[in-house]
Design a protein around this ligand. Sequence first.
Ligand code: FAD
Length: 493
Amino acid sequence: MNGPATPRRIVIAGGGTAGWLAAAILTRQLGPFADVTLVESDEIGTVGVGESTIPTVRAFHALIGVDEREFMQATGASFKLGISFENWAREGDRYIHSFGDVGQSTWMSDFHHFWLEAQARGVAEPFGSYCYEHEAAAADRFAIGGTPALNYAYHFDAGRYARFLRGKAEANGLRRLEGKIDRVVRDTESGDITTLILDDGTAVAGDLFFDCTGFRALLIGEALGVGFEDWGDWLPTNRALAMQTEATGPARPYTRAIAHDAGWRWKIPLHHRVGNGLVYCADYLSDDAAHARLLATVEGAALIEPRLIRFRTGRRKAAWQHNCVALSLASGFVEPLESTSIHLIMIALTRFLQLLPSERPSAAAIARFNVQAAQEIEGVRDFIILHYHLTGRDEPFWRDRRAMTIPDSLSDRIALFRDSANAYQADHDLFRVASWLQVMLGQRLAAASHHPLVRLMPSDQLRSALRDMRTTIARSVDGLPSHQVFLDGYVRT
Ligand code: FAD
C-alpha cells in the first residue's frame, strides 16, 4: 500500500448491489484518502434480485447520506415490517416474524415466559399480538414517527437501487469503467493482486481490491484460490426462478415466504410492481415443474419471464485474503429466506472501515475481519436451518430436513428452548431474542417448562398486564393509516 500522503487505489470488481454499496460508502467515507474505481460488465449483468431488507439498512443509508424519500422514489420502494411465513410447520400455518420486540421483558425473564404461563392458564392471545410491528403488519398499516415508532426496513427494485447508488458514488468522484475483466495479475513475491486486465487490454491497477463479481468470484475464488465451505447438506435448495408482475392490490408492509413441497416462494410488494420467486432444490423438483408452479401461483400480469438462478449455499473459507476483500455472492451465500445478504454486505463494509489499515493490511486485522464474517454468516445459516428443521410437513423434502443432523450450535439452542423456554442472542448473532422466539414458536417448537418464578404471578394480575399491552398496541395500530395510503403520500410530498 502507498503511504498516507498518497490516495490508495481501491478497485471494485463488479457493479451489482455489493459493488455499488462498496462504491457508495468508500467514496463518501474515505474522501481524498482513496481513489476508487469500479469495473462492471453490462454484457454479464447482475443477479438482478435482492429486494427485501432488514432494518439495519437504515443505519447504513445514514452513513452514505441517503435521503429516504429520494431513495424510495428512485427505487420504487415500499416499507417492510417483517416476513409472513406460510405453510412452514404445517400446511395452513401462518406466523409473522416481525422486526419488533414482543411484550415487555424483565431483568430475570423475557416476556415469553409470562406468555407461556398465561397460555397454560388459558388467558393468552397469540404471541404476535403483543408486538406493535406484528400487529401493524397484520393490519396492513404503517407510518413513520409517532410513539412508539415502528421498526422497519424496505422492499426495493434491485436494478434501480444499483443505479441510485451509482449516482451517489459518481457524485463523490468514483471512476466507473465498463468492460469485462479478462485476467487478474498477481505480484509474484507477495501474492497480492496488482492489476485487472480488461478484455480491451485496459489495465486497472490497485492497492486494494473488492471482489463483487457475484457467484463467479473472479478474484477471491479463481485468482486467489480461496476454497468454499459447502452447506448444501443443511440447506440444499440450489435454484431460484424469479419474475416480476404487476401489482393486483395494495402493497402489504411485509414479505411473504410461502413453503411448498420442495422449498418456498417469495412475494415482495414494491410500490410499482411485485417481485416473485420460487426457491427449490433440484433433487426434489424439476425446473419445468418449478416454472409451471411459479406461473400458476403469481397474481398479476407478468412484466418479465421467469429467470433461472443457480446457487450454492456456503461460505468462502476467507472473505479477505491478501489485498482482496470479497463481498456478498463472491464471499458466500445463504438463501434469502430472512433477507440477510444485503445486510451482510453492509456490515462487512462497515467492519472494513473500522479496521481500515493505514499501510499494508495487517494479518491480525485480516484475521479479525474473517472471524467476524464467518460468525455472522454461520449465525444466519443456523437461523435459516431452524425454519426447515422444525417442521411437521410430510413431503420427502421436508421429512429429510427434519431428519438431518443440524449444526451443534443450533441443536444446543433448540435443546435449551425445549427444556426451559430460554432463548438468547449470542455476541455475533444478527437476530435478537424476539426473532428467535417468533420463529421457534411459529415453527411450533414447544418448551417442557418455563421460568418457575412467573408462576407466582396471580392470574388476575397476569391477565390484566397482558390485556393492557394489547390495548395499547391496538390503539396505536388503529391510529395508523394503511401502508399503501402512507406510501403514496410519502413519496409524492
Ligand atoms: P451480482 O449482482 O451478480 O453482481 C456481479 C457484478 O460483477 C455484475 O456487475 C457483473 O457484471 C460483474 N462481473 C462479473 N464478472 C465480471 C467480469 N468478468 N468482468 C466485469 N464484471 C464482471 N439479498 C437480500 O438481502 N434480500 C433478498 O431478498 C435477496 N433475495 C435474493 C434472491 C436470490 C434468488 C438470490 C440468488 C439472491 C438474493 N439476495 C437477497 C442476495 C442479493 O441478491 C445479493 O446479495 C446482491 O444482489 C449482491 O449481489 P452481488 O453484487 O454480489 O452480485
